[in-house]
Design a protein around this ligand. Sequence first.
Ligand code: IDC
Length: 492
Amino acid sequence: MSLLKRLPRGRTLGVAGAVGALVAGGLILAPMVNASAASGCRVAYTTNQWPGGFTANIAITNLGDPISAWTLGWTFGDAGQKVGQGWSATYTQSGTAVTAKSLDYNGNLGTGGSTSIGFNGTWTGANPNPATFTLNGVACTGSVGTPPPTTASPSPSRSVSPSPSRSVSPSPSTPPPPQGTTPLAINGQLHVCGVNLCNQYNKAIQLRGMSTHGIQWFASCLNNASLDVLANDWKADLLRIAMYVQEQGYETNPSGFTAQVNNYVDMAEARGMYAIIDFHTLTPGDPNYNLDRAKTFFASVAQRNANKKNVIYEIANEPNGVSWQGIKSYAETVIPVIRAADPDAVVIVGTRGWSSLGVSDGSNESEIVNNPVNATNIMYTFHFYAASHKDDYRAVVARAARSLPLFVTEFGSVTYTGGGTVDLASTGTWLDLLDQNKISYANWTYSDANESSAAFKSGTCAAGSYANANSLSESGTYLRNRIRTADNFPTS
Ligand code: IDC
C-alpha cells in the first residue's frame, strides 16, 4: 500500500511547511513524539552514481525534542529509482515514495543528534535526487517548529516549552562507553554499514574466530575449558556453531540440536564472543530442500535469542547445484522468519558454488550485485580453502568487497577436502586480504578431527589440554597466532 494514502488531509510526503503535524494510524508516529513537542530536522542526501546504479548516503539531524524512533520519508523524482540493499534502517518503497525506519540501536536521537544511513540503488530514466524529506511526518526544513496544541491534549508536565533538553543534551543515540573489555562488551549489537560490519558505535570492525566441526561429531571439543581457551588464550571474537542438517545432524533430532546450539550461544556469550548459528547445509546443496526445517529452526532460535547481542544467523552454509535465483528465493523466505522474532540481528546468506560467490560454478559476484537479496542488514558468504583456491579467487573477493558486505564464515588452510597440504603461504595471503578489507572470518575447525584442517591433533580433546601448545596442529598453531593479535574495535 502506498504510504501516501496513509497521510491525513491530503498531505504528501516531502511538502515543506507542514511542520509539526502528526501522522495518523501509528505508521509514522514515533513513541516519544508528543503533540506539544518541538520538531524539526535537517537531512543531507549525497549520492555517487554510475550508469544504472547509485549509492546514497543520508545524514539525518534531529533539531526538535528527543525522539526514540524515527521514520524518514521522501519521494524520488523518477519512478525508475529503486532502493536496493540498504543499511542502518529498514527501507520500504511504494512507487516513488520511500520510508526508512530506525533500528533498535539508532532510534534515539536527542536534540541536535544525528545518524547516518544509506543504500545502494538502481535507476533508469532521469535521476534527480529527492528534494524534501520528512522525519516522523514533519518536513525537514532545517529549522525548528512547535506544532499547535490541537492534535492531542497537551501533557501538563510538558506545558513549559521549549524542553530544557533541547539546548543542552548530547545525542543519546551514541551508546555509553563499553562496560567491559571482551569483543561483545566493546562492540555490542552489530549491524551492516555499507559493505562492512559495524559495531554499536557505527564503526567498521572485523571479527576473527573459529568454526566448530559438526556438532554431532565433535562435541567433546566444545566445553567450558575449551571455550575458555578460545576466548582467553586465542583471544577469538567469534565462535561459529556448525549445525549440520543432514549427516546425522538436525534432521535426526530437531529439538535436541536446537537446544545444543542455544547452549553454545550461551557459552560464547558468557565469554564475550559472538556466535554464528550456522545452518550447515551441504548435501543436498539446494537449501530449498531444507526450507521447512530452516523455517522451524530459525523461528525457534531467533525467538529464543532475540534479546542477545552476540548472535549472527547464517542461513545456508554452502549452496551447490542450485541457481542464485533459488538461493535468493530461499533467503527471502527464511529472513522474514528471523526478522519477525529478532529484527536487528545480522543475517548471512550463502552464495552459489559452495559459497564461492558463484566462482566455482563459473560465475562471479555480479549475479548477486545485479540481483541482491531483498532484505536489509545482511551479508553474503564467501568460503575458501587456501591450498585449493588462490589468486583467481582472491581477485574476485578483492573486487566483490567493494560492492557487497562479505563474511568468510568458513575457510581452511588446507585443500577443499578439509585435509591434505597445509598451505600457510596462501593462507597468509588470504588473511592479509581479509584484514585489509575488514572482512570477518572463522577458520574450519576448532576440533581434533583426524584431518589437517583441525586445530587440535587427533584425539587430544578428550585429554582436555586445550592450552597446551603440543595439542595444536600445524594449522591450529598458525591460526592461533593470527587470531590472537590485537583487535581494532573503535568506539569513537
Ligand atoms: C568436511 C569435514 C569432513 C567431513 C565432510 C563431510 O572437514 O570431516 O567428512 O565435511 O561432512 C566445506 C564444508 C564443510 C567441509 C569442509 C572440508 O562446509 O562441511 O567439512 N568444506 O571439506 N566446504 C568446503 C570445504
